[in-house]
Ligand binder design. Sequence first.
Ligand code: UTP
Length: 288
Amino acid sequence: MKKLRKAVLPVAGLGTRFLPATKATAKEMLPVVDKPLIQYAVEEARAAGIEQFCMVTGRGKTALVEHFDVAFELEATLRDRAKSEALAALHGAQSEPGSIVTVRQQVPLGLGHAIWCARAFIGDDPFAILLPDDLVLADKPCLAQLAEAYYETGGNVVAVTEVPHEQTNRYGILKVGSDDGRLVEVTGLVEKPDPKDAPSNLSIIGRYILLPKVIDYLSRMERGAGNEVQLTDAMARLIGEQPFHGLRYEGRRFDCGDKVGFLEAQIAFALKRPDLADAVHAFLKNYV
Ligand code: UTP
């Protein structure tokens, strides 16, 4: 079994649900408290042993790459002014030289197409996918939990959570075989099924570890739900050929691509911060 070292971060979506904020700014640069979504994803990946990153970007997304660059003038100014706290805050926003590459998805044809755009980076290796707009608050980072499941099963693993039955048409949904309460065997996958056709209410969240074979199926460019090239459809082809499991991770997911989910994340993450928790708690209590 190969070691997991690579992660793909698809960030080429249009972020239409967040207009006008995303007119000139990438959705993945929106901050939760004081850190952009993309940095949460990169830090979570690093904590799971990821060393190489590929961002699949599109037009207007250069800030995402610049965020991980050395900001020479800013750092020199902060040093001159003895702003040590501000300097320390920049720490997680730096990357090992050469550890982040970008590829371009010229037209957003869907998540599956975005992953296919990273095929040269993926090569013959297992790889993680993190969708930065899914944020997971957890004691042990979600991707590290998933990596453990990958080393346990040697196959494809996706993080899963239960969603309200009437919302299955928003997510990729699992058909479930054996289930030990933590790991579930995936026997089928359907993208955004109507609640009446949904095989379960277990949904995939934006954390995956996949074997490179999935690229062969993505190469067929078959269109699925919403006329997009769906990652879920390509993954479904792997079932029966390779081990495929869902992991009920420990933690709470916030869908930051959605306005309510984004606001919930601000509150939940602020309440976890020792420097902010008391003030935010007091405000909420009085305001509500
Ligand atoms: P979403 O489904 O949230 O789409 O994509 P979106 O365009 O970002 O946002 P809305 O729905 O218009 O508001 C999930 C993830 O897949 C990436 C997005 O950047 C996001 O991280 N994605 C999606 C791509 O990189 N390319 C695509 O063609 C589609």
